[in-house]
Ligand binder design. Structure first.
Ligand code: ATP
Ligand code: MN
Length: 479
């Protein structure tokens, strides 16, 4: 048994598989650590091990000769999923489709994996099944590509804002302010659910006494960090949040999660035009970065998942987005004579089918809709002079529909207070938010990008649950 000292005395360089695949690595004596994707034993007296470590879609081919002392006793037992450490020399590969391979002088098995029991078999497995083994799906080629791209998108996002002087602000996960509507919120409490303290309400009904709860008031998980981000924007100018967001909406769609990540830039001295410019440049930068920095992962997904993604992303990077008002969009939808499941009339909240018609069929590119009816948008959006619409903007993309939702914020104190009351909110609960208008108000605007919608769009994955490491959705909270 040669379990120790695989590296020996001679000089070894620890490489990632990604690095060992490059021509520059040829001639180096290297240490590689990873998992067996496949092992093929040749009659010629050696085995080919396809070794992966998550650093690239491609594995490196390791050649283990039967002269190795543990060849029969160990290497031939190292099936798919086994973890191994290899020391060997990187050589030019005679095989097609790969530049290098590794001639092993030592293969140490760190952990065996029974090929009969290993849940990930070579044959195609469904996304639903893979979701049930989220602790292992990360080792598949598809999820490898998706999560490397997700990482690149996160890097690109921080880089985009940091390089433009935006401050990264961490808004709270637990909050007492209600940004979008109470129905969608997860309560946070330490009260005994079997026996909560009760008090008599104004209309003589008994209700839970949240004054006795941990925070002395009702609290819940945040649905958006926007209101808090506005505090920072009105002190630092340009800020962004990047954090988890929770919505208890019972919509079992392929585009909704109960826990997702949102990026919310907020910019002072900025109107809706500036907001749209920022959103457009932001998306284009992300897509450009992914195309440039993840070419192999994107090519893989383009072949296996959706053969339109490369063309679509390249097109978007070079094209100006279409911009039109909600009212114009409604006119187009009505004139289209299309049979929609939800009929269109002015005032309705547009459904995904309407959004997709506009981006996929009418304009064939991303579309920014502006100036929505105030009744279907949040209280904080700036009221237009028509008194009916607000300075909102949604960015729509093919297949997904809405990917970004944003607006110029109401910066007039009286209008904001009136809008709160109209929306059934108590201005006193938002005293600090109103103070931002009371003391040195400025025009400001921002938006929210759903990280998973973005990853879904870039990767072409059909279900949003397959672009987040551990999806949370109605009746589903595993791992
Ligand atoms: P939708 O109409 O698609 O449900 P929304 O109008 O509720 O979205 P916003 O409140 O504007 O969404 O949130 C900003 C962004 O957050 C959306 O554009 C979207 O990208 C993302 N988002 C919203 N809800 C979810 C969700 N449940 N799961 C994943 N992403 C979401
Ligand atoms: Mn929205």
């Amino acid at each position: 048994m040669q379990t120790e000292a695989c590296t020996g005395e001679a000089k070894t360089e620890k490489l990632k598989v990604k690095e060992a695949l490059q021509a520059e690595a040829i001639g180096k004596r290297v240490l590689l650590q990873g998992w067996v994707r496949t092992r093929r034993d040749s009659k010629g007296g050696f085995s080919f091990i396809d070794l992966t470590d998550g650093s690239s879609i491609k594995g490196v081919q390791v050649i283990a000769e039967n002269k190795l002392p543990n060849y029969e006793s160990e290497i031939l037992k190292a099936g798919i999923g086994s973890s191994v450490e290899v020391v060997g020399t990187v050589v030019a590969s005679p095989a097609k489709g790969q530049t290098t391979e590794v001639k092993a002088e030592c293969v140490k098995i760190l952990g065996y994996s029974d090929p009969e029991k290993y849940p990930l078999q070579k044959k195609e497995t469904s996304m639903e099944f893979l979701r049930s083994i989220a602790h292992l799906r990360t080792r598949t080629m598809t999820f490898g590509a998706v999560f490397r791209i997700r990482n690149e998108i996160c890097r690109s996002i921080h880089n985009f804002y940091q390089s433009r002087g935006f401050m990264y602000v961490q808004t709270p996960v637990i909050t007492a302010s209600d940004c979008e509507g109470a129905g969608q919120m997860f309560k946070v409490t330490t009260l005994d659910l079997q026996n909560p303290p009760l008090k008599e309400s104004e209309n003589k009904k008994s209700e839970i006494d949240f004054e006795q709860d941990f925070f002395g008031r009702a609290t819940h998980l945040t649905v958006s960090g926007q209101l808090e981000a506005e505090i920072f924007a009105t002190a630092f100018g340009n800020v962004y949040t990047f954090g988890p967001t929770f919505r208890a909406e019972n919509s079992n769609t392929t585009r909704h999660l109960a826990e997702f990540w949102m990026i919310e830039p907020e910019v002072a001295f900025c109107d809706l035009e500036g907001d749209m410019d920022l959103a457009e440049e932001f998306l284009q930068t992300i897509f450009k970065d992914v195309l440039e920095n993840c070419p192999e992962d994107i090519a893989f997904l383009n072949e296996k998942v959706d053969n339109t993604i490369i063309e679509t992303l390249k097109g978007i990077v070079e094209t100006k987005f279409e911009r039109l008002t909600y009212t114009e969009a409604v006119e187009i939808l009505i004139a289209s004579k299309e049979k929609f499941e939800f009929p269109v009339e002015w005032g309705i909240d547009l459904q995904t089918e309407h959004e997709r018609y506009l981006t996929e069929r009418k304009f064939k590119k991303p579309v920014i809709l502006t100036d929505y009816p105030k009744d279907i948008k949040a209280f904080y959006m700036k009221l237009n002079s028509d008194g009916k619409t607000v300075r909102a903007m949604d960015v729509l993309v093919p297949k997904i529909g809405e990917i970004i939702g944003g607006s110029q914020r109401e910066d007039n104190l009286e209008t904001l207070e009136r809008r709160m009351k109209e929306c059934g909110l108590n201005p006193e609960d938002y005293w600090w938010y109103l103070d931002l208008r009371r003391f040195g108000t400025v025009p400001h605007a921002g938006f929210g990008l759903g990280l998973e919608r973005c990853v879904q769009f870039v990767t072409g994955m059909g279900n949003i649950r397959d672009v987040i490491p551990f999806p949370r959705a109605p009746k589903s909270c595993d791992f």
